[in-house]
Write a protein that binds this ligand. Sequence first.
Ligand code: NOJ
Length: 446
Amino acid sequence: MDYLNKLLFGKDFKWGVSTAAFQIEGACDADGKGKSIWDTFTAQKGKIFSGQTAGIACDFYNNYKADIDLIKKLNIPNFRFSISWTRVLPNGTGEINQAGIDYYNQVIDYCLSQGIEPWVTIYHWDLPQVLEDQGGWTNRKVVDWFISYTAICAQHFGDRVKYWMVMNEPSVFSGAGYFFGIHAPGRTGLKNFLPAIHHIVLSLAAGAKKLRELLPEAEIGTTFSCSHIEPRSDSKRDIKAANVADALVNRLFIEPVLGLGYPMSEIPVLKGLEKYFQPGDEQNMSFDFDFIGLQNYTREIIKYSFFTPYIQASQVKAKDRNVPITAMGWEVYPPAIYHVIKKFDAYPQIRKILITENGAAFPDQVIEGEVDDLRRAEYLQTHLQQILKAKQEGCKVDGYFVWTLTDNFEWAEGYHPRFGLIYVDFDTQERIVKSSGKWLAGFLKE
Ligand code: NOJ
């Protein structure tokens, strides 16, 4: 692996690590914080693996300095984290909670004092419960709620934060949260999914415009989850199914944002979105982002499936394909990230690509005080080789952020999938830098 040298990626390449508020902070009702849909969802029976909650999580709220010190120790120059909407606005709109503002100011200031650049995600899935009670993303008023929240973030943190990501993975929080009901707020069906999609797209563009207006110097991006998709066979039906899955997984949100509209011809059921359109929406769905964050973990093999409603496509699960898998059941397939970069590099509307998440969960074990996670180190190295290949072929990919710093709360999966470069003992909050973290620290060393 010795030819993998960070200098090959160029001196302007951004190296970082990504996190999200709900997954690490804990302190779920500290200092005036309001409830988010994830506080409500995790309190319900049967929603989360083993009934786990994120009330404490990694206790980053109280230990942020120690964790930022670890980022520094790993030689990682950029730290991506999200703002918890209800820490700042406990009721989603209206009165600001000064303690929440103070907290993020301290986190930002501490990063800067340590020479670490803060990268802020405005929305990483934790919608205020008060807003969900009024329909959440299905209520068109969410666009105004989101603009006000974004403006508050810009006004309070924008003097020091240069890099912004408006939203994280819209297809996941809308699909899992408003169609399948396996993530908060647990809604199901097209009647929730379709209005949520449209209001998310409008909010994303409107939030980005607000940032641009208030912070003309900022670098504004947003992040999308994307998988490399392949048909199971060369049959026409499988190829068509793979195209439909690709439109749903990879194109549904990015294309309207780039000004290309929804991929309705591939997914006819999306015609139902028209009901939620108002005059002017077509123009208000897009924004010229400075960068697009792509988040890739795996590839999907897709087959025709008569019984799957709306799309007639389904996955051939990795566990049934005799391939290496992670603790999430996702195939380890490094070329996926190369194909994803190539695919999005081909959109002329995209100025710059950053990989804002990539990483893997494996069943780590502490042996004599050490976590020797060779598979994770290898996962990162082999994915970086693929990114380098894309870059050397001229793709506009300019950054790589590992998911994630410490083991944390993996949504409906609770704490069992460990994605961290740093192991967390959730009983004691003790941290152990894993071998993968040590490898990265060496790789990033000046
Ligand atoms: C996507 C999400 O942004 C993040 O919250 C999640 O933990 C990771 N990927 C891993 O599933």
